[in-house]
Design a protein. Structure first.
Length: 133
């Protein structure tokens, strides 16, 4: 079952510019910076109350974040939801007719297993499923 919103992912061109802006906006320092080689991104996480915001910068011009920014500019890239059992949830969503962007969960940022739901099946929104490792 899909649970709470785990985080909101925001694509940015440059973390050096974006991080200070979000520090001022949220009034908190980031708690984690991490490079995710499989996704070709560098991520910075903020906690704001019970909520988390993930800034994503491409670490390679071929990354999906670079492509996203090239087509749409900076902005909300995805909404991530917490799940207890990602494989069970992937099976359920496939049975409900949703297309997944990968066949098996993979390791993502912030000690999570992740999987993405095709945005065309979610009203144009890229949905990420996240399970704690």
């Amino acid at each position: 079952m899909i649970g709470r919103i785990e985080h909101i992912g925001i694509a940015v061109k440059n973390l050096q510019d974006a991080v200070p802006r979000y520090v001022r906006l949220l009034g908190v320092e980031p708690y984690k910076t991490e490079e995710v080689l499989s996704e070709k991104v560098i991520t910075v996480f903020f906690k704001s109350g019970e909520n988390k915001v993930e800034l994503l910068q491409a670490s390679d011009p071929s990354s999906t974040i670079a492509t996203f920014i090239e087509k749409r500019g900076e902005g909300i890239h995805h909404i991530a939801f917490h799940v207890e059992d990602i494989e069970l949830e992937m099976t359920r969503l496939k049975q409900e007719g949703f297309r997944l962007l990968q066949e098996a969960p993979k390791k993502g940022a912030d000690n999570k297993l992740i999987c993405f739901v095709h945005p065309k099946d979610a009203g144009g929104v890229l949905i990420e499923l996240c399970q704690d490792i």
